[in-house]
Design a protein around this ligand. Sequence first.
Ligand SMILES: [Zn+2]
Length: 398
Amino acid sequence: MQIFKIAVILAALTTPWMVRADGDHGASDTLTAAFVDNTSSSDYFSDLVVTTTVDSLFCVLVTFTTLDNVTPSTTQTLFNLSGKGQTTLLSLGVTDAQANSSYGYSYQYRHGHSGTAHNADHKYRLPYSTSESYAIGQEYFGSFSHQDEHALDWNTPEGTTLRAARGGTVIDLKEDSNEGGVEEKHKDMANYVTIGHDDGSQATYVHLQLNGALVELGNSVTVGQAIGLSGNTGYSTGPHLHFKVSQLKSPADFASVPTLFVDENGTVLNLNADGNITSLVEGVSYGGSADSNFSVLAQSIRSGTVLDGSNKWRTGSWFGTFYDQDQSWIFHPQMGWLFPVDGEDSSVWFYHSTRGWAWTKSTSFPWLYFNSTKGWKYFLAELGFYDENGGEWESIDP
Ligand SMILES: [Zn+2]
């Protein structure tokens, strides 16, 4: 599985600018970056433009190897991108127009969005139905092929329906292989589905059968959703599922992490007396816990948001930033503690400690409907709620 790409491009320029760039990275690349002349700006002579060719999430790290008399428009070097198309990451300007200048850069990318830390409290489901039970064939750091990683193998027979252990976005997949074995060539022949999570982690489900992906690139996936059919493709001695979660901090910092698993009742399976996450145990069978009817509390308020896995603040485009411990209550800095419950059509009801139930959705917010007064109020962090009936601003806590 080769999804990690590095391209090194050196460009030199003198005044007037002569850019020498190598823009050819092969047809299979799903992300390419190149500098293009900027003709619309007097401050910047060139833009770094990224082109993505598939509907996925991407993380790009730009490294300048030379910046001689050249100033970038931003100090940011790590970028998260979504979907297909072109994005300008940054621009370059000449510092002193009278002097010679040159620049050189490289970039790396990976599928998925980066995050600062894995949410170690997230409870993963075992990736198959509650009516089924499979033994662990190889545990974390197992001696056959898991020496360096927090990976688990379940002995799932050919054709077993695999279900998402955690919801997210499909960021990568392969399903065109029909060959498995233990020769060197088989290492690139595994079919797989990779799902990116809201904290920058990603789960990969490997060795699927031919055409065994049940999802498409860019799909949103809920926990328990059927995502693939188990198989025996790639480096494998028999049918099984290889499952691994890795944290993407940057394309240069990507490593597997241990995760909590829960059974169908939500009871944690792999925490030791010291509070550390342990491996599921080789040779032990575990009942599945990822049925499709497993519901996530208040999915609507959390979908499309980014979770900072280390401090539990979640940020999204419509409800702003709020504290989320993955439990029933969330904390909004201006509104206080709220108990969210999913409504229909991706709407959400909130129980507020002093104001009772309020309803909103992304296309209505910052208007909220309050059940106690049967009316709408407009929310503004600095002023509180504007009541359309009373015609005045009210403090958040009456
Ligand atoms: Zn494995």
